[in-house]
Design a protein around this ligand. Structure first.
Ligand code: RTP
Ligand code: MG
Length: 140
């Protein structure tokens, strides 16, 4: 199977605890390659737009506050079946349900402060990558 790409965010709870390297190592150990990466402080407008699909959910406001509360590291990951491979190593949204060996089991603090984001489909991956990166910032 050919390599595909997905989009990842190392969230503020993880950057705050200096876990950028530890999270990235778990992604790499899962067979994913970081082909673009930058540390940014998301603006409120960016966070609102990025999480627009959750706009009607009760946790939307808090989620936007959380995602803008500190630096994040946005990354493009490449690998075989990248979307699924990344979702598998991330683990369940709620760390209480996450399996041993996953990033959220190892590091997440709560269902909200759960250390990582990963695209949930190839289509959303393409949209999310284009939201944060220009083509010349991605080096495969
Ligand atoms: P993500 O989008 O971050 O990769 O995570 P996910 O697919 O596992 O979770 P999703 O349902 O898309 O929710 C997006 C993010 O919103 C926060 N959340 N908070 N308080 C809550 O009940 C709640 N539920 C979700 C989490 O940060 C989750 O990753
Ligand atoms: Mg999601």
């Amino acid at each position: 199977m050919a390599a595909t790409r997905t989009f990842s965010i190392i969230k503020p709870d993880a950057t705050r605890r200096n876990l950028t390297g530890a999270v990235t190592k778990m992604l790499e150990d899962a067979g994913l390659r970081v082909v673009a990466s930058k540390r940014i402080r998301m603006t409120e407008d960016q966070a609102k737009k990025f999480y627009e699909v959750h706009a009607e959910r009760p946790f939307y406001g808090e989620l936007v506050d959380f995602m803008t509360s500190g630096p994040v590291v946005v990354q493009v990951l490449e690998g075989e079946d990248a979307v699924k491979r990344n979702r598998d190593v991330m683990g369940a949204t709620n760390p209480a349900d996450a399996e041993e060996g996953t990033i959220r089991k190892a590091f997440a603090e709560s269902i909200e402060a759960n250390s990582v984001h990963g695209s949930d489909s190839d289509e959303n991956a393409a949209t999310e990558i284009a939201f944060f990166f220009s083509d010349d910032e991605i080096v495969g």
